[in-house]
Design a protein around this ligand. Structure first.
Ligand code: SF4
Length: 374
């Protein structure tokens, strides 16, 4: 028995291991060096009752009957609630009015909301205010009010810089409105945010690249990128049913959003969000939601950028780590990717996709290790 084992062992061919090391630091390309907003946000969702617009992707008009109105006293309750639970630290605290278009609300009510927050600002309990609105709801008078109440950030729903796409989406404003509003916001010293969408009706890859370039030319400070989801109770939902609109496939949405993200990073613009905020309704778990639904757009985009960088570096370095598995059965090559700790996840990829892809393509084993652990 022992002799038999010895014979078997003898027959086992010796394996040869060879390790290659590749150091990568993609801080710049991933945009990790752009100062991120380190703040606590108190979100106040103001449903936009009586919004005169009918953007095809929005369900606000149709569901407004199901939404509870938010009164100024509710804003106070919501702020107190967060402040009572929140342990003050060095973080800035902002109140953000989301949902609909803040400056489209009746001016008297806008002021009542802002008055509530002012009390907290005056006491130093809140540091800033953020609002989101439409480009055609901005003029000097409106900005004067926002300035008086110390609003710091104004985010504009730009969505596209292509007239035809804006029309198809029934946005009800023009590219010129975006340019005029952006200029005015910057001239008045506010922080300007742009929100762009990909996959709107009639939009194409080229139109979206054009849109992001045109948007960046207006010098926004922050950006949100939203691939279009088809919400129930929206016109897009009906269009999709009638086959007049087809949502993007996830792969396509990821490609488009990745290029938009990269253009922002090149310009030093902070992308504060990619993909709609995950909620119970807006989530991959909601099987009724149609479109390129993804709960972790940012992670997947950064993984893609990282893979591009790894492949580029491998090509440049001309590392001879690729083997022919059939011919060289006993040769095992290990490619060690040495990256900073905050980039390990992106190097490995979402569900290990980068690791698997490289191992399959180049027949080697990939080990991703933290920079300081080599
Ligand atoms: S996206 Fe804004 S402007 Fe358009 S319909 Fe919805 S609430 Fe109104």
């Amino acid at each position: 028995m022992a002799n038999q084992k010895k014979k078997q062992n003898k027959k086992q061919p010796k394996k040869h291991f060879k390790t290659y090391k590749l150091r990568i630091d993609a801080t710049k390309q991933l945009g990790l060096d752009i100062v991120k907003e380190n703040k606590k946000t108190i979100p106040i969702f103001i449903p936009h009752f009586g919004c005169k617009n009918e953007c095809v992707f929005c369900n606000q008009r149709r569901i407004s009957g199901q939404q509870k109105p938010v009164y100024p006293e509710d804003v106070k309750v919501q702020i107190d609630d967060v402040l009572n639970k929140y342990k003050q630290d060095e973080k800035e605290i902002e109140v953000a009015f989301f949902g609909g278009s803040f400056t489209g609300i009746d001016t008297k009510l806008q002021i009542e909301y802002l008055e509530v927050v002012k009390e907290y600002l005056d006491k130093g309990l809140i540091n800033s205010i953020r609002i989101s609105t439409r480009p055609d709801y901005i003029d000097q008078n409106i900005l004067n009010i926002l300035k008086e109440y110390k609003v710091k950030i104004i985010e504009l729903g730009v969505q596209s810089m292509d007239e035809e796409v804006l029309k198809n989406s029934k946005r009800g404003h023009t590219v010129e409105d975006v340019k005029r509003a952006s200029k005015l916001i910057k001239e008045n010293g506010f922080i300007l945010g742009h929100q762009l969408m990909c996959g709107l009706p009639g939009s194409t890859y080229e139109k979206e690249q054009y849109s992001i370039e045109q948007s960046l030319a207006l010098n926004p400070d922050i950006m949100r990128i939203y691939p279009v989801y088809v919400l129930e109770d929206s016109e897009l939902y009906d269009m999709n049913k009638k086959k007049k609109y087809r949502p993007l496939e996830l792969e396509d949405a990821l490609n488009r959003a990745t290029i938009m993200y990269k253009k922002c990073i090149e310009k030093g613009v902070n992308v504060i969000r990619v993909g709609l905020q995950t909620t119970e309704e807006i989530s991959q778990k909601n099987t009724k939601l149609i479109g390129p639904v993804c709960d972790n757009y940012r992670e997947r985009i950064l993984s893609r950028i990282m893979l591009e960088i790894i492949e580029e570096k491998l090509d440049k370095k001309k590392l001879d780590y690729k083997i022919d598995k059939n011919k060289e059965k006993n040769k095992i090559t290990i490619l060690k990717l040495i990256v900073p700790s905050n980039q390990v996840n992106y190097a490995v990829g979402n569900n290990k996709c980068n690791k698997k892809y490289l191992e399959e393509k180049d027949v080697c084993y990939i080990k991703v290790v933290q920079k300081n652990k080599t």
